[in-house]
Design a protein around this ligand. Structure first.
Ligand code: RM4
Ligand code: MN
Ligand code: MN
Length: 400
């Protein structure tokens, strides 16, 4: 183990305990074929059905030890017998996590769903989300996670305030149907597929909606959904302070909503996000303890399962490094108005090699210290490639 840690006022056993408790949800859609709007490349052995996606997710959970739940997308993962799905997941050591409605792939939604000017279309969208609430109940999930892919392409196309009023009304209808204990996470994204205005473009709009709805509604931060240069750690700090940080969709980006492997391009930003959460938690912020950490990635050219394991490891690494921040030294530097002192405290933690620490944590859990190598040598990828010879049939992506 890295023996410099003891010198940094860090309680290693406490850090190990926190790393052991930390979990990340993986998305069913990350295991199937998906792609860009130009081409969906078939990955040999990619999961074709919800059961195959769950089987792959079980591999990720077995190797990393920290991915016990899987997000589903309806209708991409729609099944008739949810009790059977739930039991199958349990047999694999998994449970179904967040349920994600789809309000963007029906012809009727060309101009929107929950904000559409036509009440019948709005009702259709609401009915779909209510069906997702029932599915969540059937699989014992307590998270409904909404991304709204709508807005306008041209000024004057629709009334911006009118759309906002319709949005609130639709969300209120959904909120009224939430059972006690179910959390309603409201995602935002600044553009795409609409390009002039998006109905839920930013965290502020999602937060306002959540506050109008009630305490079961919270904001979901997808790390790929902001304009260039946006300070995501600051958004996280504000949402924690408002007690409305529901969860994350982790992924990384270079230009737009690229859905690349989280931590592959901006690992320091990911570390700073966790630093805000751990800092708030250390001060007694209750929200910091109930955040749903989820991955939202679609792998186009990457081997699906390996990409997912890599993502999980990158998240765990950033989290572990943020646990190593010397909070007392940080506070001292901030109170002394030491402009670079606080930065150096963060830098010290960020530059710590946590690989030996994470290897130790895995060894204590009976896992292989190197999940990627373990996966590569397991033969699983080759065996599903043989078994799942046919081209994918049930991915949600057009052309897949
Ligand atoms: C969106 C958004 C949603 C995800 C879909 C597939 O960009 O991130 O969360 O469900 O993609
Ligand atoms: Mn997302
Ligand atoms: Mn996205």
């Amino acid at each position: 183990m890295n023996n410099n840690l003891g010198k940094q006022n860090i309680d290693i056993d406490a850090v190990v305990g926190k790393i052991q408790q930390f979990t990340v949800e993986t998305p069913s859609w990350g295991y199937g074929d998906s792609g860009t709007r130009f081409k969906v490349f078939h990955w040999p052995g990619a999961a074709r059905t919800l059961r195959e996606k769950l089987a792959d997710a079980a591999q990720v959970n077995q190797l990393t030890g920290i991915c016990p739940s899987v997000a589903i997308h309806i209708p991409w993962d729609k099944e008739d017998d949810w009790q059977a799905v739930k039991e199958y997941a349990h047999r694999l050591g998994l449970r179904i996590g967040s349920v994600n409605p789809n309000l963007f792939q029906e012809d009727i939604y060309r101009l929107g769903s929950l904000c559409h000017v036509d009440k019948q279309v709005r009702q259709r969208g609401i009915a779909h989300v209510l069906e997702c609430i029932q599915i969540a109940q059937a699989v014992d999930s307590n998270i409904l996670s909404l991304w709204l892919a709508e807005g306008t392409n041209y000024p004057g196309q629709d009334s911006l305030r009118g759309r906002r009023h319709r949005l609130l009304e639709s969300l209120q209808a959904i909120y009224a149907a939430l059972p006690t204990g179910m959390r309603f996470l409201i995602e935002y994204k600044f553009f795409e597929p609409a390009f002039y205005s998006t109905d839920l473009p930013d965290w502020g709009t999602s937060l306002l909606m959540a506050q109008k709805l009630g305490s079961q509604a919270e904001v979901l931060v997808d790390t790929g959904h902001h304009p260039q240069g946006t300070n995501i750690p600051q958004i996280v700090a504000q949402l924690l302070d408002e007690d409305r940080l529901g969860g994350f969709h982790f992924n990384d980006r270079k230009y737009a909503d690229d859905d690349l492997i989280v931590g592959s391009l901006n690992p320091f930003e990911l570390f700073c996000i966790f630093n805000e959460i751990i800092d708030a938690g250390a001060e007694g912020n209750a929200n910091a303890g109930r955040i749903a950490y989820m991955i939202d990635q679609s792998h186009n050219i990457e081997p699906k399962i390996e990409a997912m394991i890599q993502s999980v490891l990158n998240i765990q690494t950033a989290y572990a490094k943020a646990l190593l921040v010397d909070r007392a030294a940080l506070r001292k530097a901030q109170e002394a108005s030491d402009v670079l002192g606080g930065y150096r405290v963060l830098q010290t933690a960020y530059e710590t090699d946590v690989r030996p620490l994470l290897a130790e944590v895995r060894a204590r859990q009976g896992l292989n210290p190197d999940p990627i190598t373990a996966f590569r040598s397991s033969g699983y990828a080759e065996s599903v490639e043989r078994e799942r010879a046919a081209v994918a049939t049930t991915s949600g992506y057009p052309g897949a």
